[in-house]
Design a protein around this ligand. Structure first.
Ligand SMILES: Nc1ncnc2c1ncn2[C@@H]1O[C@H](COP(=O)(O)OP(=O)(O)OP(=O)(O)O)[C@@H](O)[C@H]1O
Length: 380
C-alpha cells in the first residue's frame, strides 16, 4: 500500500516537473512550428543540429520539400523566445537566437578595410557589415530628420579620408545651409562644400566637367572601367538634402534654374560615372517618387534607411516595409541583394574634426586651387 502510494507520488512529481519545467529554446521552436502549422502538409521542419557560439545559438532544421520561408516566423520566434532572432533559409533553415540585442550606440573607430569598403555598422551578434563602393558605386540614404543620416555621411567621409587620404575627393552639397559640413571645407580632400542652389549647380557642373575629362582619358587609353586600371582615385558626391533640389513654385526663377541643372547632372552622375570612379551618396528625409526618381533608384543598388514616418516612405526608400519601425537614432536597414538591420557608427563633430584637422589646408592654397578649377569649369 505504502509502496503504491510512493510510486504514485513519484510519477506525479515527474509529470509535474515535465509539464512545468522551463522549456528549452529548441522545444519552444518545435512548439511554434506545430502551433502555427509551419510545415508542408503534416511534415514539420526536422531538427538537424545546434551550433553554440559566444553570440548566439544557431538551430538548424531540414525542411520538407516545397516549404518556403514565412516572414512572420522570425517575429513569432522573437516574441516567444524573448530574444533577438534572425532566420536564414539556404538549403536548410538556420534560426539564430542571439544572447544580446544590438547596442544603441557604437562609437566610430578607425577600421582598416580593403580598398573602397565602408563599415556600415554592426548587425546582431556584433557582425561588422560593410559596403563595397567598387562593387556598388551609388547609394541612397533616407531617414526622417534627426535619425542619423548626416552622422552616417560624416562617418563615411572620416573613414575614407583616414583610409585613403591621397586618393579620395569629396564634393558636398549641404543644402541645410552648409551647417553640417562647412567646418570641413578646408580639408584637403574636400573639393567643395556648396550650401545653396547656385553653388550646388556650380559644384555639380565641376563634377560633370571632370567626368567628361575622365571619360576622354579612358577612351584614349582604351579603358572601360576604373577597376581595370591602376587609378586609385575615387570621387564622392554627397547630397545632403536632395529634396531641396526639386524645383517648386516657391523658388525664385534663378533657384529653379539652378535646381534643374542639379537634377540633370545628378541623373547623369548615377547613369554614367560609376565605372569612372565617381560615387554618389543621395540623402533625403523625403523619400517620395518625385525626389527619389526612378533614375536615381535604378542606379543606386545600395540603399540605407534610418527611421521613416510611414511604410509608404519605407517602400520608396528601400522597396519594403520596416524603416517606419526602427527604434533608435543610428539604427538603419542597409539593403543591397541582402538586407541587414544595423546600428551605424556614431561620430560627433569634435571627434571628426580631431581626426581630420591634420588635413586642413590654408585659405590661400585653397583659393589658388579653386581658381585653377574655375578655369576649367563653365558656370551656369
Ligand atoms: N549612429 C548613431 N548612433 C547613435 N546615435 C546617433 C547616431 N546617429 C545619429 N544619432 C543621434 O541622432 C542625432 C541626429 O543625427 P543626424 O544629425 O545625423 O540626423 P539627420 O537625420 O541628419 O537630421 P537632419 O536631417 O535634421 O540633419 C545625433 O545628434 C545623435 O544624437
Amino acid at each position: 500500500m505504502l509502496l503504491e502510494a510512493g510510486i504514485w507520488i513519484g510519477i506525479s512529481t515527474l509529470i509535474h516537473y515535465a509539464w512545468f519545467r522551463k522549456k528549452t529554446e529548441r522545444e519552444k521552436i518545435d512548439l511554434v512550428f506545430k502551433n502555427i502549422k509551419y510545415g508542408f502538409q503534416d511534415q514539420l521542419p526536422y531538427y538537424f543540429k545546434t551550433i553554440k557560439s559566444d553570440t548566439c545559438n544557431t538551430y538548424i532544421y531540414h525542411l520538407p520539400y516545397g516549404l518556403i520561408d514565412d516572414p512572420k516566423l522570425e517575429i513569432i520566434l522573437q516574441k516567444t523566445l524573448n530574444r533577438p532572432v534572425k532566420i536564414e533559409l539556404k538549403n536548410q533553415l538556420f534560426i539564430k537566437v542571439y544572447h544580446e540585442d544590438l547596442n544603441s550606440k557604437y562609437n566610430y573607430k578607425f577600421i582598416k578595410l580593403d580598398n573602397w569598403q565602408l563599415p556600415i555598422g554592426y548587425s546582431l551578434g556584433e557582425e561588422l557589415i560593410y559596403h563595397d563602393f567598387d562593387k556598388i558605386p551609388h547609394m541612397t540614404v533616407a531617414g526622417a530628420t534627426r535619425w542619423g543620416k548626416t552622422v552616417f555621411m560624416k562617418s563615411l567621409m572620416t573613414h575614407f579620408i583616414e583610409n585613403h587620404p591621397n586618393d579620395v575627393e569629396f564634393f558636398i552639397l549641404d543644402l541645410k545651409g552648409g551647417l553640417s559640413f562647412h567646418r570641413y571645407a578646408n580639408i584637403k580632400q574636400v573639393k567643395v562644400v556648396a550650401s545653396n542652389y547656385k553653388e550646388s549647380a556650380s559644384a555639380l557642373q565641376m563634377v560633370e566637367q571632370e567626368i567628361k575629362q575622365t571619360m576622354q582619358q579612358f577612351k584614349s587609353n582604351y579603358q572601360e572601367n576604373i577597376l581595370d586600371t591602376k587609378i586609385n582615385k575615387r570621387k564622392f558626391i554627397i547630397i545632403d538634402e536632395a529634396g531641396e533640389l526639386v524645383p517648386n513654385n516657391s523658388m525664385s526663377d534663378e533657384d529653379k534654374f539652378n535646381a534643374k541643372i542639379c537634377q540633370r547632372i545628378m541623373s547623369h552622375i548615377v547613369r554614367v560615372s560609376g565605372g569612372l570612379g565617381y560615387r554618389m551618396i543621395f540623402g533625403t528625409q523625403y523619400p517620395t517618387a518625385k525626389i527619389m526618381d526612378n533614375q536615381i533608384k535604378a542606379n543606386s543598388s545600395a540603399k540605407i534607411s534610418f527611421k521613416l514616418e510611414t511604410s509608404t516612405q519605407s517602400n520608396v526608400a528601400i522597396d519594403q516595409d520596416g524603416a517606419e519601425k526602427l527604434e533608435y537614432p543610428g539604427r538603419a536597414i542597409y539593403k543591397t541583394v541582402h538586407e541587414h538591420v544595423v546600428q551605424t557608427f556614431f561620430i560627433n563633430s569634435d571627434e571628426m574634426w580631431r581626426r581630420l584637422r591634420r588635413y586642413e589646408v590654408n585659405d590661400s592654397a585653397r583659393t589658388k586651387k579653386d581658381q585653377r578649377r574655375e578655369d576649367i569649369v563653365t558656370f551656369g
